[in-house]
Design a protein around this ligand. Structure first.
Ligand code: GDP
Ligand code: MG
Length: 181
């Protein structure tokens, strides 16, 4: 039987947020199904490619993670340029990392200069959801409210450590990007 050819598309994704929230761990889990407890603030490459299939599309997903420059707010414009979507990460045990999300969003919008900033897909991840309830500072309800009030951003609590919601969150984001292209 004749099958419809798959459409190819390219998506650039950048992941930002305060140092230590788990950005690199989330990417490691999403790409390689691995979690490293050891703190490794830097990784070699600027970006990595992952191919995923979604409905009738083959998506080449190019993921840009920082090599630790977020501590000095010194990410160059090459990092942001041409991004199709943005992942904003906070740590559910760290109030400051949550409060900084809007700064990160603003930096992203300024530096990436998207043609249609109002429809650019954002994904907010509250990472380290595996911690004890007592350590948690930001509730899921509060995060959802924040996401709705700031441009209908997608919102998930994740654990890179226990591989909770990682795949689902990225899939939801890519689906939104692909729909827009
Ligand atoms: P980045 O600076 O945002 O890239 O953060 P990393 O991925 O380097 O993670 C910082 C620290 O948080 C490391 O010690 C990780 O092992 C830890 N970490 C990352 N994700 C999780 C998680 O989901 N749960 C817990 N408990 N720790 C995590
Ligand atoms: Mg990192």
């Amino acid at each position: 039987p004749q099958t419809k050819p798959l459409r190819k598309c390219f998506v650039k994704l950048v992941i930002i947020g305060d140092s230590g929230v788990g950005k690199t761990s989330l990417i490691q889990m999403f790409e390689h199904n691995k979690f490293n407890q050891a703190f490794k603030p830097t990784i070699g490459a600027d970006f990595s490619n992952k191919e995923i299939t979604l409905d009738d599309r083959v998506v080449t997903l190019q993921i840009w993670d920082t090599a630790g420059q977020e501590r000095f707010q010194s990410l160059g414009s090459a990092f942001y340029r041409g991004a199709d979507c943005c992942v904003l990460v906070y740590d559910v045990t760290n109030n400051m990392s949550f409060e900084n999300l809007l700064n990160w969003k603003q930096i992203f919008l300024t530096k990436s200069e998207p043609r249609e900033p109002h429809t650019l897909p954002f994904l907010v991840l509250g990472n380290k959801s595996d911690v004890d309830e007592g350590q948690k500072k930001i509730s899921e309800k509060e995060a959802k409210k924040f996401c709705n009030e700031n441009g209908e951003m997608l919102c998930f609590e994740t654990s890179a450590k226990n591989n909770v919601n990682v795949e689902a969150a990225f899939q939801a984001l890519i689906a939104r990007v692909v729909k827009r292209q």
